[in-house]
Ligand binder design. Structure first.
Ligand code: TRP
Length: 476
């Protein structure tokens, strides 16, 4: 009954005839938003980026960016989304009619296509590994053989693409059936199971002979390894992992009840996401060292490393099946949130039915996605741009360019375009709840986030040097 009254009291600000589907409870939003945040970004990308950029120093930068930039941007995304109750593009059109701020939303839609394309490749790999786990393929294999197993699969002609398409269709199926039914139900149960499983893997990984090196790598910083690109990558990873910068959380924000507390939701989601990333790092990096794998091995790292750990565990087969199934589910709840950005846009701005919007989005992503998958296949024609294949290029553009710029613009928008008391009113549920750190939040969003992100970005892509040199010439 209470729930009914709450739903009933929701002001219906949307022009769409049917009332918008809302999350049914605070736990539901946390599960859905944490389901979006926790995914391949934590378990697949975080360990390999940390491996590539030298370990602990990267971790420290990453944590600082999460706290100082990620958390305020997350709260900003939830806030504008719930205030406007529209998709990413519609949100900015509604809050700033006649202005061009909706371009932030368009960028977000673009980023959603890019991310889905490479994300679905890696998520698809988990099908192959679930099958390998069930049929006991890891047993008795040496680290070299397990490495070869991954390479053979990656270079196979059809399987990676078929799995990728299955993953995309599954994502589409859940998105088409609606936000609440589709997303809340899965995320609520499976997230805690995932965390427990990773802790079990941690225990096995850190007690492997030779694991100490890996722990040192992960926790003893060597800042000499940090260059401009590493700093930008830490920022990109922070945004990627928290699902920020392309309006996924603006879209989810638009489904949050006016009575739910946004700041505590953002804090809890950030905490859960960071915890899973660090726990995954502890499960993977010590094992990388114990089995003599290169920490900078790149995107295959998790798929190459963990089978070695399972091979060394009592009950390894059971745990390996469970792990790859949960990896798939974690990827699915994230991928849903990316697709939802596009589908909500198609439905509200192009007036498509939810089903048709989903079919159209999935079809477009599949085309991009297959090219991504093929670009990793050594038997296919490889086109390289700036030394990167298509997969790496999309990943770089999305994580290191589009997400930071999107995050910067959203922070700028909240800090400089919206009025401070408007922001407070939305965050405090019209003065019903206290917003504990509002002063700190607003300071970070207005004065720190936009400029810090811009600096890191310009530095990372090498433009800062040019600008400083240019200014030098100009001043002289
Ligand atoms: N955060 C997810 C992960 O870590 C990926 C993801 C979901 C995402 N939604 C996003 C990344 C929006 C960027 C933007 O796997």
């Amino acid at each position: 009954m209470r729930r009914f009254i709450r739903r009933f009291n929701e002001p219906n600000t949307s022009k769409v005839k049917k009332p918008r589907d809302l999350f049914s409870s605070k736990i539901g939003i946390i599960a859905a938003a944490a389901g979006s945040a926790v995914g391949l970004g934590n378990i697949w990308r975080f360990p390999y980026e940390t491996g590539q950029y030298g370990g602990a120093a990267f971790l420290i930068l990453y944590l600082a960016f999460i706290l100082l930039l990620g958390l305020p941007v997350m709260l900003s995304e939830f806030m504008v989304g719930r205030k406007a109750r529209h998709n990413v593009v519609g949100t900015f059109k509604k809050l700033s009619p006649g202005k061009h701020w909706y371009v932030i939303g368009i960028m977000g839609i673009g980023a959603a296509f890019f991310i889905s394309a490479f994300y679905s490749v890696v998520a698809g790999w988990s099908f192959e590994y679930i099958i390998n786990a069930v049929t006991g393929q890891f047993e008795g294999k040496s680290p070299e053989q397990l490495n070869q197993m991954f390479l053979d699969f990656k270079n196979a002609s059809l399987r990676p693409i078929i799995y990728q398409l299955i993953f995309l269709v599954l994502t589409g199926y859940i998105v088409a059936s609606g936000v609440r039914k589709g997303i809340e139900r899965y995320a609520k149960v499976l997230m805690p199971v995932l965390i427990i499983l990773i802790i079990i893997l941690d225990i096995r990984a850190v007690t492997l002979p030779g694991a100490g090196e890996g722990l040192k790598f992960l926790f003893k910083p060597d800042f000499s390894l940090i260059n401009a690109e590493a700093v930008l990558s830490a920022l990109g990873q922070a945004f990627f992992s928290l699902s920020l910068g392309m309006g996924a959380l603006v879209t989810y924000g638009s489904y949050i009840n006016k009575t739910d507390n946004l700041s505590s939701t953002a804090a809890e989601v950030t905490l859960a996401d960071t915890l899973v990333a660090v726990l995954a790092g502890v499960a993977i990096l010590p094992a990388v060292f114990a089995f003599g794998i290169e920490p900078s091995a790149g995107p295959g790292l998790v798929y190459i490393t963990l089978p070695n750990v399972f091979e060394q565990m009592t009950g390894g087969q059971f745990f390996s099946i469970l792990f790859f199934v949960l990896l798939l589910v974690a990827a699915l709840t994230s991928s849903i949130s990316i697709l939802e950005v596009v589908v909500a846009y198609f439905v509200e701005e192009l007036n498509l039915s939810r089903k048709n919007a989903t079919i159209m989005a999935v079809a477009l992503i599949s085309v991009f996605g297959m090219l991504c998958s093929l670009s990793l296949n050594e038997n296919a024609v490889a086109i390289h741009v700036f030394g990167m294949n298509f997969f790496e290029l999309l990943e770089y553009i999305a994580a290191n360019i589009l997400l930071p710029l999107g995050g910067m613009l959203i922070a700028f928008y909240v800090g400089w375009i919206l009025k401070k008391d408007q922001v407070y009113k939305e965050l405090s549920n019209e003065h019903q709840v206290r917003v504990k750190f509002f002063g700190v939040f607003f300071f970070l969003v207005k004065y720190v986030a936009p400029f810090a992100i811009l600096l890191v970005f310009l530095h990372g892509v090498g433009l800062l040097k040019l600008i400083v040199q240019g200014l030098g010439i100009w001043i002289n």
